[in-house]
Design a protein around this ligand. Structure first.
Ligand code: GMT
Length: 377
């Protein structure tokens, strides 16, 4: 198949999932054409099966805001004709599904271009459900030829908010060879000079991730007399608030803010516990990647996280904002190596058995084939 994929190139989990999916499809013999405003972060290598087409934006004084949605639609239709695309697969409903539908309609009746939209979370729960965006998001979903969601939770939320039911759940996935515990000793030594256990948080530091809770948890674990350090991986709008709160709590010197990192697996491989205290999380890709690296997860009982993390088996779940309980659970794991390692092993088994690429990627391929089989002009 010749597949066009559109993602947000620099921000968030949907871009990671779309990019990794493209690479996996190419490895299975398909031609993948990424159409986006910039090279997606995880797309480090282009080759004869993985191509990139940049959306060009015209600057014109009349346009106070550049009409990206239209520029993207134009690029999608051009690439579809030039590269004989069989379908477009867009990640994140807004505005990608709208652009794809415009491209599809603009090509009629010359060429058929089915549109598959994958819903990732905030496109539904935050942005799509906002009154100003709701009707157009619903239009994008309803007009798509196929819709997938990354968790049962998100499917149910979409049904409730948009009154749309025809959704296939295809979860996030992880590569079992790229994501396995292989600690880099020099990194571990630099983050934990006295061999202290490491709490790790990975996110884009948006308010929805509640990264400030991580330093609250750290302060409480330290009060239990457990000498631990907190590694904060990523960057975003909340970072200054997190640093400020860490200073107020007197734990700043126990934290390492390492910013955006190209090799998350290296940080997960030296982690003892992952903290994911999000306000909302439709799946929690960071939790899955940590589990694949044998790291137990302390997370909020929210959204799709209970589908990924089994409370008491592969991590601990708590109500959003319950940093006291999260700190007690983290302390228990850090103080008991046997419990932590056992949970870590179970976490990897659970992650790999349900979400490895060989299990999930064929579900996308089958979905494409079903859509191509039923779409007519
Ligand atoms: O929250 C993010 O990291 C960004 C956001 C996105 O769509 O880019 O992530 C969503 O998609 C991820 C990949 O499918 C999921 O693992 C995240 O749970 C989801 N985030 C939220 O629902 C808040």
């Amino acid at each position: 198949m010749n597949i066009g994929i559109t993602v947000y190139p620099t921000y968030g989990g949907s871009g990671i999932v779309g990019s990794e999916l493209g690479k996996e499809l190419a490895a299975r013999g398909h031609n993948v054409h990424f159409i986006s405003s910039a090279l997606p972060t995880r797309l480090t290598e282009l080759n004869d099966r993985v191509h990139f087409h940049e959306v060009e934006m015209m600057s014109y004084p009349l346009f106070e805001h550049q009409p990206y949605t239209l520029a993207l639609a134009t690029k999608m239709s051009t690439v579809a004709e030039e590269q004989q695309l069989d379908l477009l697969h867009v990640h994140y409903a807004i505005p990608h599904s709208i652009s794809a539908i415009l491209a599809r309609e603009s090509l009629k009746p010359r060429r058929r271009l089915p549109v598959v939209t994958t819903l990732h979370g905030t496109d539904i729960t935050l942005v799509g459900a906002d009154r100003s965006y709701l009707p157009i998001t619903r239009y994008g979903i309803v007009q798509s030829d196929g819709v997938t969601a990354i968790s049962n939770y998100l499917k149910e939320a979409t049904k409730e908010i948009f009154h749309f039911e025809d959704i296939r759940v295809i979860p996030n996935f992880v590569c079992q060879t790229d994501y396995q515990r292989s600690p880099v000793q020099s990194l571990r030594n630099s983050l934990s000079p006295q061999g202290q256990p490491l709490l790790v948080h990975v996110s884009n530091f948006r308010p929805v991730k509640r990264p400030v809770d991580c330093v609250e948890i750290l302060a409480r674990v330290l009060k239990q007399g457990i000498e631990t350090r907190l590694v904060m991986v990523g960057d975003g709008s909340e970072r200054t608030n997190v640093e400020h709160r860490a200073r107020c709590l007197g734990v700043f010197d126990k934290c390492a803010f390492v910013g955006k990192q190209p090799r998350i697996v290296d940080y997960l491989s030296v982690a003892d516990v992952l903290l994911l205290p999000s306000e909302q999380e439709s799946f929690g890709l960071a939790a899955l990647e940590a589990m694949a690296c044998e790291v137990p997860v302390i997370a909020s009982r929210v959204g799709g996280l209970p589908e990924v993390v089994t409370d008491g088996e592969t991590g601990y779940l708590s109500p959003v904002g319950d940093v006291d309980k999260m700190a007690r659970d983290a302390g228990r794991l850090l103080a008991d190596g046997e419990l932590r390692r056992g949970m870590g092993k179970r976490a990897r088994e659970s992650a790999i058995s349900r979400y490895r690429t060989d299990v999930v990627i064929p579900q996308y391929i089958q979905f494409y084939e079903e859509i191509l089989g039923r779409v007519s002009f």
